[in-house]
Design a protein around this ligand. Structure first.
Ligand SMILES: Nc1ncnc2c1ncn2[C@@H]1O[C@H](COP(=O)(O)OP(=O)(O)O)[C@@H](O)[C@H]1O
Ligand SMILES: [Mg+2]
Length: 581
């Protein structure tokens, strides 16, 4: 764990050195405080000298001021390193995640990954930014304090060494119990919170099914469970407080009694005894502190393990390096897109071929529609084109070049995708459309919105193009979202257009508008359109009919009506639906 962390701390060696020097400095000074106390008692109180007391106080004050200065630098530098290192790890982790294939996120819950980026790194921050320094400081105090104790009085030291574990370990034991319970009660509260969040988010379903009582009951059960755990924690905690008081105070009193008799008999000065008590308390305290952080460091080790695992996850979608300008094959060779005996199965279902032995050539500028029952493999084909997944066998060629031999960014820059579920980010309308081309001017964005027949409704939003979308933003209808997604694709001005049921969420009127927008968009571009409604693909160049991953028929609408049983059946079903409604 330390060697792994070192690579992140290494760049900040200077600050680390300052932190360590400050740490040694403050530890030494803290220990010397004991001598200040000794002077105060012996030269001041016992000698009955005001001057002696004042001198001792000045010295002590001087030590305290130096310690404070040292502590300032120590705390600042150590915390700085902790925050900096965690920010670096977070950034590295996020960048790494962005490069992983979509399939990774299907297998790993988003919440789980998020907690690694946030909770696990926060845990690391506590450890680097405080626990390490805390542990080191207390270890030094422990060793130094113990040494000084033995130097000043061996008899008392031996008694302390025998007694300290008896006091400290029960306290640690109960302390751990309290900690575990408080973690448990946090978990309970978190799960109650998650449940509340989910039911409030879906309040319409809860109320429409009149299940308020059920949901409420579940919530109060959770709240009660959290209370029960908290109660157990409180009991331990109360006991712990009483225990600490009796044990610690009892020990100090005993020490004062034994030491006190030595002072009375003149074997020990009162100042020595005071300094000794000071050291003994420091030694016991630092022992407890070290064992305390030990558990924290262990948890951090677990966090490091999880973060490393994530950073070590490699994508199996390999990108070819960016090719030199001249060597790059131009994508205007015909045929533009060619599937050559392509087969593919999802890793989670190796026996079921999602695409079976597909050979298909799509000329540049051709519009091809993919139709077929749901589950036929149409969306999978888009994933293969975009290289979200790689084929099992066969090749996909674009402009005569195998997609696996292309640079991923270059490949994906050829496309604009209008997905089945339009995705809007928590940003304003302008930036959402601009996602297709970040350097577009506002005029270009407006032109794209107009072409997507989105301009009119955007203008009517409370703040027009500056209206905020996404979670806490303006709500849009399905059709409006889809038109924004289309505007985004128009702005991108791609060579190849991928439309996954782009008009599925539209009403008849806006579908007509969007269809017009799409016609403009599809001009001079190779286009793949996945469509349910066969009416929307009547005027494409070719229709490919898929069933169970196989390309079963291909041709124009008229051709397929006569020659494809599946196509004519689908068409008739839709036609009947149409006339019936
Ligand atoms: N991520 C996935 N993991 C495993 N199987 C999948 C995954 N996505 C789709 N499938 C399966 O692959 C087949 C093709 O799916 P898909 O391409 O989405 O169909 P379509 O878009 O034609 O409705 C279906 O049987 C589906 O269940
Ligand atoms: Mg689909």
């Amino acid at each position: 764990m330390l060697t792994w962390l070192w690579q992140f701390v290494k760049p900040y060696k200077t600050r680390l050195t300052i932190a360590i020097v400050a740490l040694l400095f403050t530890s030494a000074l803290t220990l010397s405080l004991g001598q200040g106390i000794r002077l105060m008692v012996d030269e001041g109180f016992s000698a009955g000298s005001e001057q002696g007391l004042a001198d001792a106080l000045y010295i002590t004050l001087f030590i305290i001021v130096l310690t404070a200065i040292g502590a300032y630098f120590r705390f600042f530098m150590v915390s700085w390193i902790g925050e900096r290192v965690v920010a670096d790890i977070r950034k590295k982790l996020y960048k790494h995640l962005l490069g992983l294939p979509p399939s990774f996120f299907e297998d790993n819950l988003a919440g789980e990954i998020q907690s690694r980026v946030t909770t696990d790194t926060t845990l690391l921050q506590t450890v680097i930014g405080s626990s390490f320094s805390f542990a080191l400081r207390n270890s030094l105090t422990f060793i130094g304090g113990l040494t000084l104790m033995f130097i000043s009085n061996i008899k008392l030291s031996l008694i302390v060494v025998a007694v300290v574990p008896v006091i400290v370990f029960p306290i640690i034991y109960f302390g751990k119990k309290v900690k575990r319970l408080s973690k448990q009660s946090q978990d309970e509260v978190a799960s109650v919170g998650a449940w509340a969040g989910e039911s409030l988010l879906n309040i319409k379903v809860v109320q429409a099914f009149t299940r308020e009582d059920l949901v409420n009951q579940q919530f109060s059960n959770g709240a009660e469970a959290a209370f029960d755990v908290a109660l157990r924690r409180i009991r331990y905690r109360a006991f712990l407080i009483a225990l600490v008081m009796i044990m610690v105070m009892g020990a100090v009193m005993t020490m004062l009694y034994i030491g006190g008799t030595d002072v009375i008999s003149g074997e020990l000065s009162a100042g020595d005894l005071s300094a000794f008590v000071f050291y003994a308390i420091m030694v016991a305290g630092s022992l407890a502190a070290v064992t305390e952080v030990y558990g924290e460091v262990q948890r951090a080790a677990g966090a490091v393990e999880r973060i490393r695992e994530l950073l070590d996850t490699q994508t199996d979608i390999r990108s070819a390096p960016i090719q030199a300008e001249g060597k790059q094959k131009t994508a205007d060779q015909l045929p533009l897109v060619k599937f050559n005996q392509v087969s593919f199965s999802y890793p989670s279902r190796p026996n079921q071929m999602a695409i079976k032995d597909l050979s298909l050539t799509v000329d540049e500028g051709q519009r091809i529609a993919l139709v077929g029952p749901s589950g036929a493999g149409k969306s999978t084909l888009f994933d293969l084109l975009l290289r979200f997944r790689d084929v099992n066998t066969g090749r996909i060629l674009i402009g005569g070049q195998d997609v696996t031999a292309m640079n991923l960014q270059d490949l994906r820059n050829l496309y604009a995708l209008v997905p089945q579920q339009p995705v809007l980010f928590s940003a304003n309308v302008l930036d959402n459309i601009r996602f297709g081309k970040p350097d577009a001017t506002k005029e270009e964005v407006i032109a794209a919105a107009k072409a997507a027949y989105a301009h009119e409704f955007i203008e009517q939003l409370p703040e027009g193009y500056d209206s905020f979308l996404g979670e806490q933003g303006v709500k849009l209808s399905g059709g409006q979202k889809q038109r924004l997604a289309i505007a985004r694709a128009i702005l991108r001005d791609p060579k190849i257009l991928l439309l996954d049921e782009a008009t599925s969420a539209l009403d008849a009127q806006s579908e007509h508008l969007v269809q017009q927008a799409l016609d403009v968009l599809m001009k001079d571009r190779t286009t793949f359109i996945i469509a349910h409604r066969l009416a929307t693909v009547a005027h494409v160049d070719a229709i490919a009919v898929f069933d169970h991953g196989k390309l079963v028929d291909m041709g124009t609408h008229n051709h397929l009506m006569q020659h494809s049983e599946l196509y004519s059946r689908l068409a008739k079903l839709q036609f009947r639906e149409h006339t019936a409604s």
